[in-house]
Design a protein around this ligand. Structure first.
Ligand code: KG4
Ligand code: ZN
Length: 390
């Protein structure tokens, strides 16, 4: 079974093609193509993702990525046609009437190729930024109807969890505690089996990734904050810390809700703490080469201390066998390393997707589509939900 997957929930346009020997989840799958067009340079100057700009970029990127992935996997044959049938034109105008740029590109693309050898389409329908979600969903609906290939709507948070099954070593022992940490989500989820998801804790305000991004903005470090803070934090760890001014060595930030006896999180206070402290330091301190790297290390440690502490506690309380992580923040090396150590010490299996499957990508959407392939349909409508729950 070949699956074509599309991801447009935030600021990465993703298109992937997966092949699975059977329409069954849990077996090895082959990732034939996994393309991501990042929009970081577009959003950087605004310091965060601008939903309508994200949508515009998805409209621009989707067809080139689709065409490249189908061609590089030899899933489509070239065939030039002068015009589309009236049925095809009607589907495009109805499904993409709010995406004029995409509709033109799709028309041009369809004139150049045959129906591809794809059995299933999978697309993210939420949670995410609504204008961005619609772009991928509308395109998928049009492709499904024109090619008569069924589609499965996919939950983006579930896909971040399922990303752990893309690798050769796959989680196999339940119960599982899953920590999903991204730009929009911080959730602890209990999985009693492969199809049950129970949210046992979540952030009450900002997500962990959002905290990385916002604190990076306060310190004027650039966007997205997570990878930048992580790199600077590492510089502090290998620096000759004794040479740093005492005020810098003493910088310490709160670990919000670390002792709260539940699995909820709150990161907005950490951002405020960074802001107040940053405003209070004299220029002499802020200009020190140690200042930003120490701040970065403290931010990273504060976020990770809370994430790790609560995840291990949850795994103990629920007698989990396995802990897994997913989402953009799961790409954080310090989190990966520390959680692996602590999980091992406490006797849990720890799974973490390869970095390229932590940040947004369509391979994880394809595998989640396969997991729910029984729900696939040739429906002539599709709905997105920016606040979709698991
Ligand atoms: O999953 P993702 O690509 O998009 C959403 O679904 O939100 O996550 C993006 C988030 C951003 O907040 C980014 O700063 C964070 O993941 N991130 C990281 C790292 N790489 C990406 N945070 C910490 N360390 C990283 N290495
Ligand atoms: Zn994501």
């Amino acid at each position: 079974m070949k699956i074509l997957a599309i991801e447009t929930s935030c600021d990465e346009t993703g298109v992937a093609i997966l092949e699975s020997p059977r329409a069954e989840f849990g077996q090895p799958v082959e990732i034939l193509s996994n393309l991501v067009a990042s929009q970081i340079s577009v959003h950087r100057r605004w310091g965060g993702v601008v939903p309508n700009l994200a949508r515009r970029e998805h409209q621009r990127n989707l067809i080139p990525l689709l065409s490249q992935s189908l061609r590089e996997t030899k899933t489509i044959k070239s065939q030039w046609r002068w015009a589309l049938s009236s049925r095809e034109k009607k589907i495009i105008s109805e499904s993409l009437n709010r995406e004029p740029r995409l509709s033109k590109k799709l028309t041009r693309f369809l004139k150049q190729g045959t129906r591809p050898e794809i059995d299933l389409l999978a697309v993210t329908i939420g949670p995410g930024l609504e204008p961005a979600l619609w772009t991928g969903a509308n395109l998928t609906l049009a492709l499904s109807q024109i090619w008569q290939i069924p589609f499965v709507p996919v939950n983006h948070v579930e896909a971040h969890i399922v990303a752990n099954w893309l690798d050769d070593s796959r989680p196999q022992e339940w119960p599982i505690i899953a920590l999903v940490v991204s730009g929009g989500h911080t959730e602890l989820i209990l999985m009693e089996n492969s199809s049950s998801y129970k949210i046992i804790g979540r952030t009450r305000d900002d997500a962990a990734g959002e905290c990385f991004d916002k604190t990076a903005r306060v310190l004027d470090l650039g966007y997205p904050g997570g990878p930048i803070i992580s790199k600077l934090a590492e510089e502090w760890r290998i620096a000759d810390q004794e040479k740093a001014p005492a005020e810098i060595k003493e910088i310490s930030l709160p670990r919000p809700m670390i002792g709260s006896r539940d699995y909820d999180f709150s990161f907005s206070g950490l951002k405020t703490a960074v802001l107040y402290r940053h405003q209070s330091y004299p220029e002499r301190i802020k200009r020190s080469p140690y200042y930003k790297i120490k701040m970065a290390a403290e931010i990273e440690d504060a976020i990770n201390d809370v994430l790790i502490n609560k995840t291990i506690e949850a795994a103990k309380q629920h007698q989990a066998k396995t802990i897994l992580i997913g989402g953009g923040v799961a790409a954080n090396q310090s989190l990966r390393h520390r959680l692996t150590e602590q999980a091992r010490e406490s006797g849990f299996n720890l799974f973490r997707p390869p970095i390229k499957f932590c940040t947004d990508n369509a391979a994880m959407i394809g595998l989640t589509g396969l997991k729910h392939s029984k729900k696939a349909s040739l429906s002539d409508t599709i709905k997105v939900n920016a606040n979709l729950n698991l």
